[in-house]
Write a protein that binds this ligand. Structure first.
Ligand SMILES: Nc1ncnc2c1ncn2[C@@H]1O[C@H](COP(=O)(O)OP(=O)(O)OP(=O)(O)O)[C@@H](O)[C@H]1O
Ligand SMILES: [Mg+2]
Length: 234
């Protein structure tokens, strides 16, 4: 594991106002995530896990606090700057995969490179590499809507991987998968942290994959706390 902090959160707070009521979702969240590690965040439904990932991805802004990703202070960037970062440095896989169902596997995985203005031949090569990494080669021409849940998740990972991001965020990537598929998806994510030095941050309730994490946090009522590694327990 490297000692380069790729994501730094300092006193990040966020509230939602619904009608006249204000709900605190994140309370002074501070943490650092390093190059090449896979970190799990778990906690009860409604604890703010998705909100936290979306804030790290630059899809939402915190009310207060600082988010630094790969040296960029997200609070100083405008929407164009955040889009650029999302297309090059940060990959976010939402809980519902975020794929375009009527597009083929190839078209979905190619999209970040098209947006990034990458040449056609290079796009083809990089898509092939990403699909082969997740074990989805040969499915290029299939429309995403015909894939199984496990296959969709792996295509979503390929799309996230195709830009070789510094940070990969995955929201409940194994939630709807059987044991075999869950372990396969978690194994691919672990491989990405090792092979590409990506900081992989995973929101999960899934006890089956927690053992694969280098570290874990719990998020309860908006408060993020590190979980002691098992070997530190008496
Ligand atoms: N745009 C919004 N407006 C108002 N409230 C919101 C908004 N987005 C999220 N919330 C609320 O913030 C809280 C945290 O939501 P979040 O989706 O981050 O939780 P979560 O930990 O991901 O939950 P789950 O495990 O069910 O996915 C919830 O109470 C939710 O209803
Ligand atoms: Mg969520």
């Amino acid at each position: 594991m490297g000692d380069e902090a790729v994501v730094i959160l300092r006193n990040v707070s966020k509230a939602y106002v619904v009608g006249r009521e204000k709900f605190m979702v994140l309370l002074n969240v501070s943490a650092e995530f390093y190059r090449g590690e896979m970190v799990g965040i778990h906690g009860p439904s409604g604890a703010g896990k998705t909100t936290l990932l979306r804030i790290i991805a630059g899809l939402e802004r915190p009310d207060t606090g600082t988010v630094i990703v790969s040296g960029y202070d997200l609070g100083t960037l405008d929407e164009a700057g955040l889009s650029l970062l999302r297309n090059n440095i940060i990959s976010y896989i939402p809980q519902d995969y975020g794929l375009v169902e009527d597009f083929t596997v190839q078209e979905n995985v190619e999209m970040p490179l098209l947006i990034g203005g990458v040449r056609r031949e290079v796009r083809k090569e990089r898509v092939a590499e990403a699909l082969s990494y997740v074990g989805m080669q040969g499915k290029e021409r299939v429309k995403v809507r015909y894939l199984s849940g496990g296959e969709k998740q792996r295509v979503a990972i390929a799309r996230a991987l195709v830009t070789t991001p510094s940070v990969l965020l995955a929201d409940e990537p194994t939630a709807n998968l059987d044991y075999e598929n869950a372990m396969r998806v978690a194994g691919v994510l672990k491989g990405i942290s090792r092979d590409f030095g990506t900081a992989v941050i995973i929101v999960t309730h899934d006890q089956r994959i927690l053992d694969l994490m280098d570290r874990c946090y719990t998020l309860i009522d908006g408060v993020l706390r590190p979980v002691s590694p098992p070997e530190a327990l008496p």
